[in-house]
Design a protein around this ligand. Structure first.
Ligand SMILES: Cc1cc2nc3c(=O)[nH]c(=O)nc-3n(C[C@H](O)[C@H](O)[C@H](O)COP(=O)(O)OP(=O)(O)OC[C@H]3O[C@@H](n4cnc5c(N)ncnc54)[C@H](O)[C@@H]3O)c2cc1C
Length: 396
C-alpha cells in the first residue's frame, strides 16, 4: 500500500464527520457516475490539500530544476521516474483500488498533473499519457479480465502506457484514420501507422484505434489494447520536438500486428464512443498542465523581481512590473478556477461537460503562453538564457 493511500484511509473518517454536506453530495455521485470506480466518494477539500502536499514533497525530492533542465536538454525521459511515480501511488489516481489504484477521481488527478507540471511539463505530459490516456481508458472501458491483466503493472510503474489515435493524415479529423483492423480467426490484424504518440518509444501497452469497417466512417472504428512486444509492432522514430522535450513522442508502425479478440476495448465498432468520451476527461486532466506551468513562471518571476535591482531599487517596485505579476497571478487563478470547477462537477455530480473540458484546456493553455512570455520579459536578459527555466516554460 502506498504511503498516501494509507494516510488517506486514516484521515477519512474524521474528514467525513467534519463535512456531512459534502458526503451527501458524494453519495449521490456514487449512485450516478459512470466515470468513477464502484463505491467512489468525491474527496473532501482536506483530502485534496493533503494530496497536493504529498505531490509537492515528491517533486521537491525527485524532480528538481536540474532534473527538469536535463530532461529538456537531453530530450530523454528519466525512465527510473516511472517506478518512483508508481511507488508514490500517482499512476492510478482514478483507478479501482483492487488493481492498485487510489480511486480518488478527477480533481485529484488534476492536482497531481498540476504539481508535476510545475516541476517539469514534459515529465507531466508523459505522466498524463500514461495515467489518463491509457490507465483511465482501461479503467472506464476495460473488462474485469483486461483490468486485472494490465492495470496492476501500469499502476505500479513496471510497465508504461500510451494511447494512439492520431495519424500523419488524421489529426483534428481523427475519424478519417486509415489504420485498419481486419477480423481473422481469434482476433484482428492491424496495419497502418500512428503519429505523435506520447510514450510511444517506451510503451509496453498502447490503446490503439483502428478501422474495423473502413466504409462505415465513425461507426467502423474499434479500440484495441496492443502489447508492444507483438510481432510487427515498431516505433519508427522518436520525434525531436520544440517543447515537452523528454516526453518521448514517437511514430508507430503496425505491420500485420495480431491482436487477440479479448483485447478489444469496449465494443467492436464502438471505438468512437470510447475515443470521444475519453477525450473529454483527457482534456480536463491535461488542462492542469498549463496551470503548473503558470505557477512555475510565477515561482521564477516573483523572487527574481524582488531580488533584481535597477535604478537603486528592486525592479518589483515599478508599477509596470507589478502589473505584469498581477496579470500572471490573475490568469493562473482564473484558469485554476475553471479547471477545478469542471473537475468538481465530474466528481460530485458525475457531470462531464464537453464544452468545459475543452474550454478549460483552451483557456489555460493560452494564458500559460502569455504568462511564460511575461516571465521572460520580467527576467530581462536572464529570461533569454538557458541558465533560467523561463524559455523551457515557454516552449512547454
Ligand atoms: C506533444 C504532442 C503529443 C501528442 N500526443 C499524442 C498522443 O499521445 N496520442 C495521439 O493520438 N496523438 C497525440 N498528439 C497528436 C495531436 O492530438 C494532434 O497533433 C492534434 O490532434 C492535431 O492534429 P494535427 O497535428 O494533424 O493538426 P491538423 O488537424 O492538421 O491542424 C492543423 C491546423 O489546422 C487547424 N484546423 C484543423 N481543422 C480545422 C477546422 N475544421 N477549422 C479550423 N481550423 C482547423 C488546427 O486548429 C491547426 O491549427 C500529440 C501531439 C503533440 C504535439
Amino acid at each position: 500500500m502506498s504511503s498516501f493511500k494509507a494516510l488517506r484511509i486514516l484521515a477519512r473518517p474524521a474528514v467525513r464527520q467534519l463535512r456531512p454536506t459534502i458526503t451527501v453530495t458524494s453519495m449521490q455521485s456514487r449512485l450516478h457516475s459512470s466515470k468513477h470506480p464502484k463505491g467512489f466518494e468525491a474527496p473532501a477539500t482536506e483530502d485534496l490539500e493533503e494530496l497536493r502536499e504529498r505531490v509537492q514533497e515528491f517533486t521537491r525530492r525527485e524532480i528538481s530544476e536540474e532534473v527538469a533542465a536535463h530532461t529538456d536538454k537531453s530530450n530523454a525521459f528519466p525512465n527510473a521516474m516511472w517506478q518512483k511515480l508508481g511507488d508514490a501511488g500517482f499512476l492510478g489516481i482514478t483507478a479501482d483500488e483492487d488493481v492498485g489504484g487510489l480511486g480518488l477521481g478527477y480533481q485529484a488527478h488534476c492536482i497531481v498533473m498540476e504539481e508535476l507540471s510545475r516541476a517539469s511539463g514534459s515529465i507531466a505530459l508523459s505522466y498524463a499519457a500514461h495515467s489518463q490516456l491509457c490507465v483511465n481508458q482501461l479503467q472506464l472501458n476495460g473488462s474485469p479480465a483486461q483490468k486485472a491483466k494490465y492495470l496492476p503493472g501500469l499502476i505500479a510503474g513496471t510497465s508504461v502506457g500510451g494511447l494512439a489515435m492520431s495519424e500523419s493524415g488524421s489529426g483534428s479529423d481523427v475519424v478519417s484514420m486509415r489504420t485498419t483492423a481486419k477480423a481473422v480467426d481469434g482476433g484482428y490484424v492491424l496495419n497502418g501507422s500512428k503519429m505523435w504518440i506520447t510514450n510511444g518509444p517506451d510503451a509496453h501497452v498502447i490503446v490503439v484505434y483502428a478501422k474495423t469497417e473502413p466504409t462505415k466512417g465513425s461507426k467502423g472504428i474499434t479500440a484495441f489494447i496492443v502489447d508492444t512486444t507483438t510481432q510487427g509492432f515498431s516505433c519508427a522514430r522518436k520525434l525531436d520536438k520544440m517543447g515537452m522535450r523528454g516526453s518521448n513522442t514517437g511514430e508507430l508502425m503496425f505491420d500485420n500486428v495480431f491482436v487477440p479478440e479479448e483485447n478489444v476495448l469496449g465494443k467492436v465498432n464502438g471505438g468512437v464512443r470510447v475515443l470521444m468520451e475519453g477525450l473529454d476527461l483527457e482534456r480536463l486532466v491535461l488542462s492542469a498542465g498549463p496551470l503548473g506551468l503558470m505557477q512555475a513562471a510565477l515561482d521564477v518571476a516573483l523572487p527574481f523581481s524582488h531580488q533584481r535591482r535597477q535604478f537603486g531599487q528592486p525592479i518589483a517596485h515599478n508599477q509596470l512590473v507589478q502589473g505584469k505579476l498581477a496579470d500572471m497571478h490573475t490568469k493562473l487563478q482564473a484558469s485554476r478556477a475553471y479547471t477545478y470547477a469542471t473537475a468538481r462537477a465530474v466528481d460530485e455530480q458525475g457531470t462531464v461537460r464537453t464544452e468545459d473540458c475543452a474550454g478549460a484546456i483552451l483557456y489555460a493553455a493560452e494564458r500559460a503562453t502569455e504568462c511564460s512570455l511575461d516571465c521572460i520579459q520580467l527576467l530581462g536578459g536572464m529570461g533569454y538564457v538557458e541558465e533560467m527555466p523561463a524559455s523551457r516554460l515557454l516552449r512547454e
